[in-house]
Ligand binder design. Sequence first.
Ligand code: SF4
Length: 271
Amino acid sequence: MGENSKIEWCDHTFNPWIGCQKVSPGCDNCYAEAMMDHRYKKVQWGAHGERKRTSEQNWKKPIQWNAQAPAFRKENGYRPRVFCASLADVFDNQVDSSWRGDLFALIRKCEALDWLVLTKRPENIEKMLPSDWSDGYSNVWLGTTAEDQTRFDFRWKRLKKVPAVVRFISYEPALGPVRLPTNGRLPDWLISGGESGAGARTFRPQWIRDVIADCRRFGVAPFHKQWGSYDNNPLVVEKGMTAREARAVDVEGKGGGLVDGKLVREFPDRN
Ligand code: SF4
């Protein structure tokens, strides 16, 4: 729902609708399903589930953020970033195409906001973009999730063909190593992070160092959000600290976020 976001790489989240279907291992512990289906019973998840459009009041939130954007930019030095969507997938086949049309009309209207549209269905993007997309709206960043190399290879191959001012990868939850290709087009930005919450899966801190090294080598902006759990934090896994000791020195995100003592939180140059 529209709200000030707690996600480190954006300032607001906007959900035009709620509901989705799992498409890959990164979805196994879907937070949105746990909250909106299992806990609050607002929608039924899955192939035969529902997609519920959010309220008119919720759809007005971005218009308010857009009006406040010049002051935000003056104070913070960058354009406000809106994550769309955290409880659904904009390029979900089961969504009424008129809803997506309404969303892109809203995005066009809110031109002082940068919209970060993240999908696990990049194969659908081209056929679902509005007819005036052309080289991409100047305020839309398109991203896809890549939880392992198989998904990176499949999804980046599709996303990289779509024109956009910023293309990005969300390597979260990190479930296997991901390395960037040594030739061809590369994303502008790569967010990484470990899974959090009940049943969070483990991963190796070295995977994060390796992909950040690739980012440095190829000029991709890296943003490491969190380790997800202190069980994945390198201070525990590699340095032998207890979770409590690690928590005392690494307080960023869930499970801490320092990479060899530093925060790695960069953005592509857009302002
Ligand atoms: S694509 Fe996202 S919202 Fe949809 S099931 Fe997967 S994790 Fe959940």
